[in-house]
Design a protein around this ligand. Structure first.
Ligand code: SF4
Ligand code: SF4
Length: 236
């Protein structure tokens, strides 16, 4: 591998002059409306059966005192991302300003090494091309809405979240709302034992919820069925 493609972890947290974007998800405020998932679909025109963000839920309690617990999921834009380390061609990389983990579609050879390396099942193969990205058989994932954030907009899922469960901002800015929320609340990240340093922080996700999230690392089987049906229908 050339030096150009060799990747080392880029620490962007608390680095002077650099931004470090993060998302805080207050699970106590999530009502499971899935508006975030729909907004993401609309923003990226992702094909049937694959999602950049999704909202698994679990029913807890005993009848009649039952409730649904939601755990919105997306790429964690890890500070030490194994997907980046394991990509043999440097198609996935971490953006120095902001900490976004991004894809270079034109470099991706579809080997799925990054998918295998990601402990969160946050990546997927594009089964067919998107309207504005005429490319397929490459790996896709959440970009923290890089194109919006660099235009001073928040990600589509954050903008549409009616519960204000999702909050986005610069963790290196002590006056940002995400800094405030992380400072004032006990937060959890998914699978901290992996050492990936996720930058999606959950509030109110107890151990059971995060364990539930662990189950949900496997995308629901229904997505696979939808994808198969889609491929059969279009003969691809
Ligand atoms: S969640 Fe997965 S895809 Fe996203 S940066 Fe971390 S390892 Fe990579
Ligand atoms: S839009 Fe907000 S409230 Fe609705 S499911 Fe997504 S995170 Fe939960």
């Amino acid at each position: 591998m050339s030096d150009e493609l060799r990747v080392s972890p880029i620490e962007t947290r608390e680095v002077p002059g650099k931004r470090r974007f993060a998302m805080v998800v207050d699970t106590r405020r999530c009502i499971g409306c899935m508006a975030c998932q729909v907004a993401c679909k609309a923003e990226y025109d992702t094909p049937l059966g694959v999602n950049r963000t999704w909202v698994p839920y679990k029913v807890v309690g005993k009848y009649p005192n039952v409730k649904k617990q939601f755990l919105p999921r997306l790429c964690n834009h890890c500070d030490d991302p194994p997907c980046v380390r394991n990509c043999p061609v440097g198609a996935t990389y971490k953006h120095e300003d902001g900490g976004f983990v991004l894809q270079r579609y034109e470099r991706c050879i579809g080997c799925r090494s990054c998918m295998a390396a990601c402990p969160y099942n946050a990546r997927f193969m594009l089964p067919s091309h998107r309207t504005y990205t005429p490319i397929t058989n490459v790996v896709d994932k959440c970009t923290f809405c890089f194109h919006r954030v660099t235009q001073n907009l928040v990600p589509a899922c954050v903008q549409t979240c009616i519960g204000r469960s999702r909050v986005f901002g610069d963790l290196n800015d002590p006056t940002s709302e995400v800094s405030y929320l992380v400072a004032k609340n006990a937060t959890q990240v998914l699978r901290p034992e992996e050492g990936t340093k996720p930058h999606v922080f959950y509030i109110g996700a107890d151990r059971n919820q995060t364990e539930f999230g662990r189950d949900a690392y496997r995308k629901p089987d229904v997505m696979e069925l939808q994808r198969d049906a889609f491929k059969r229908h279009f003969n691809i």
